[in-house]
Design a protein around this ligand. Structure first.
Ligand code: CP
Ligand code: NVA
Length: 305
């Protein structure tokens, strides 16, 4: 993936459809052991302001397997927590690191970092997007169904960062994406418009408040927590509002007989997903979590090439 050399991934829409498909093919080849690119001496920095299990560990393992090194730079151990400006941090770390993955609140922070740093900057989750998650999700769907085009994904719950990147990714891949959320929790209208503009390979977008309309006949059911990191104080008041969007056996029965269930994790069993469904035969959440590592290895190798 020479075309991604030196590039940032701040939004999934920083990729075009052909680059997205190329990355997924590369990730599949890496997973199958068909390729073993090496980047000795290259250093990845992880600049995180939020907790993380999968993203931190999968990025780290991917970088080690590429022969590189990782610096885990949580904001609490750097001057970031004492308010050093992003523009200063970016220009300094640019001199030390070869690539950086940032997890923070405001999308504008990753954008500002990228404006000031020449090295590739990867969005490892903001309040607006989670592009690396969706690379792994699309890889998982492709493994299950052989291809992406024409597959229908139903996302139930909060129109959040994961929903936004999923919308963009499905639109680029010619998939049908349906998002069902309670009133007031639909995805950002600007992202929906952006996704509409990316549907060059066909597909259809449905934004609804009706969970059954979203799920009917879908091949993939996807959910995420009802209160994201930074919104924990709102969790209890959201429970009754979100209850009809819980991915449970009843909703799963309305989907395609071949339907699989995805969740980016961490999951709150009994809230957005039931124990029966996440541990049941349709669940692919562990393969999905594993694929974070393969997808991000492909991304790292591509931007470092
Ligand atoms: N799905 C995901 O990003 O998980 P972490 O928050 O554990 O990194
Ligand atoms: N929407 C969730 C995703 C966690 C991986 C959050 O932002 O907390």
């Amino acid at each position: 993936m020479k075309s991604l050399s030196g590039r940032d991934l701040l939004s999934l829409s920083d990729l075009n459809a052909s680059e997205l498909h190329g990355l997924l093919e590369f990730a599949a080849d890496l997973k199958a052991g068909k390729s073993n690119p090496q980047f000795p001496q290259k250093i990845l920095g992880l600049l995180f302001r939020k907790a993380s299990t999968r993203t931190r560990v999968s990025f780290s393992v991917a970088m080690y397997q590429l022969g590189g090194q990782v610096l885990d730079l949580h904001s609490s151990v750097t001057q970031v927590s004492r308010g050093e400006p992003t523009s200063d941090t970016a220009r300094v770390l640019d001199r030390y690191l070869d690539v950086v993955a940032i997890r923070t609140f405001d999308q504008a922070e990753v954008q500002e970092f990228a404006d000031y740093a020449k090295i590739p900057v990867i969005n490892a989750l903001t309040d607006l997007e989670h592009p690396c998650q969706i690379l792994a999700d699309l890889l998982t769907i492709q493994e299950e169904f052989g291809s992406l085009k024409g597959i229908t994904v139903a996302y139930l719950g909060d129109g959040n960062n994961v929903a936004h990147s999923l919308l963009l990714g499905c639109a680029m891949a010619g998939m049908n994406i349906r998002i069902a959320s309670p009133a007031g929790y639909a995805p950002d209208a600007a992202i929906v418009n952006q996704a509409q503009g990316l549907m060059e390979q066909g597909g259809h977008i449905l934004i609804t408040q009706d969970p059954l309309a979203a799920v009917e006949g879908a091949e993939v059911l996807y959910t995420d927590v009802w209160a994201s990191m930074g919104q924990e104080s709102l969790a209890n008041q959201r429970l009754p509002l979100f209850q009809p969007y819980q991915v449970n056996d009843h909703l799963l029965e309305q989907a395609s007989g071949e339907a699989i269930v995805l969740h980016c994790l961490p999951a709150h069993r009994g809230e957005e997903i039931t124990e029966e469904v996440i541990e049941g035969p349709a669940s692919r959440v562990w393969d999905q979590a594993e694929n974070r590592m393969h997808a991000q290895k492909a991304l790292l190798a591509s931007v470092l090439a």
